[in-house]
Design a protein around this ligand. Structure first.
Ligand code: ADP
Ligand code: MG
Length: 283
């Protein structure tokens, strides 16, 4: 019946890499989600551009150039908004700092694009007020050049996912993100998540999962759901690592125990239902 369970799951677009994970899913108690690309679409639209000392066009262009080698959803969205072809000859010395942003030489100028943490690292004073979305700050030659506000949307399927997990008697739904508290709490409230932790570096996400693992019952299991390259260590640390295959990175799919072949988080509730049914038949 385990083979039947795994086969049944796969027909629903859920790849379970072994019968032990099917069993673990039936005992899931805490489900931890990464935000960007998992509960949200991972497609950011530019909302506002606030340049300082340069034009809006220049700010968007230099930022897109600095971001050109990154595969982060933020980077892809900025390049999309810029819309013109990138001339790689203008770029050198590219560096991506996970959980912070990017630094690159563009036309010989040092362009840094990322969050407040990145600006603090470079000693660049920046805007620290509220914004309607995620803020990308930009420094040029270590001077503040303004910021771009971008916003992602919650997936239509996410609310259903949380509701179905509660119906499946999951004790806690949690969201982890490197994004700001402001953005994170908006998403958490919209979806009715039990807990939310923001402004985390990739390493902090592993620590949070360890904290949560210590809180669950002895036989209860914790699942982490993510899709990014950064998520591989957290996927490995959870009892059940679940990758969203829709937009997921190869590293995440490799590190995961369960792969959801679509971009629908509600498939996690489906997987739990299939596993419980399989175990009932087996026992
Ligand atoms: P999450 O997947 O939780 O949203 P990440 O760890 O990928 O977070 O990123 C956390 C934060 O780091 C982002 O919200 C953003 O502020 C900043 N960041 C990461 N990569 C980039 C990038 N390429 N460009 C600009 N900012 C970035
Ligand atoms: Mg991520």
């Amino acid at each position: 019946s385990f083979f039947g369970g795994i086969g049944g799951a796969s027909r629903k677009g859920i790849l379970v890499k072994g019968s032990n994970y099917l069993e673990a899913l039936a005992e899931a108690e805490i489900i931890v989600f990464d935000k960007t690309g998992t509960l949200t679409k991972g497609v950011f639209n530019v909302q506002e551009i606030h340049p300082e000392g340069i034009t809006k066009e220049e700010l968007l262009e230099l930022t897109s150039y600095a971001e050109s080698y990154s595969n982060h959803p933020i980077s892809n969205s900025l390049k999309q908004a810029y819309g013109k072809e990138i001339d790689n000859g203008r770029i050198s010395d590219v560096e991506e700092i996970s959980g912070h942003g990017v630094i690159a030489a563009v036309d010989g100028k040092k362009v840094a694009a990322g969050n407040i943490k990145l600006m603090k690292k470079l000693n660049i004073p920046c805007y620290e007020g509220e914004a309607v979305g995620t803020v990308v700050h930009v420094g040029i030659d270590d001077k503040y050049a303004g910021y771009i506000v971008i916003a992602d949307e919650v997936k239509e399927d996410s609310a259903r996912a949380i509701k179905e997990l509660k119906e499946a008697k999951i004790k806690q739904t949690v969201m982890l993100t490197g994004d700001t508290k402001n953005v994170a709490s908006k998403v958490a409230k919209q979806l009715g998540l039990d807990k939310v932790y923001s402004e985390l570096l990739p390493g902090d996400k592993v620590e949070k999962v360890e904290e949560l693992l210590a809180q669950k019952s002895a036989k209860g299991k914790l699942a982490f759901v993510g899709d990014g390259i950064n998520d591989a260590p957290v996927l490995a640390r959870a009892d059940i690592g679940i990758a969203m295959g829709g937009l997921g990175s190869d590293a995440a799919i490799e590190a995961a125990d369960v792969v959801i072949m679509t971009d629908e988080p509600s498939k996690i509730a489906t997987a739990i239902k299939v596993s419980k049914k399989t175990l009932r038949i087996a026992r």
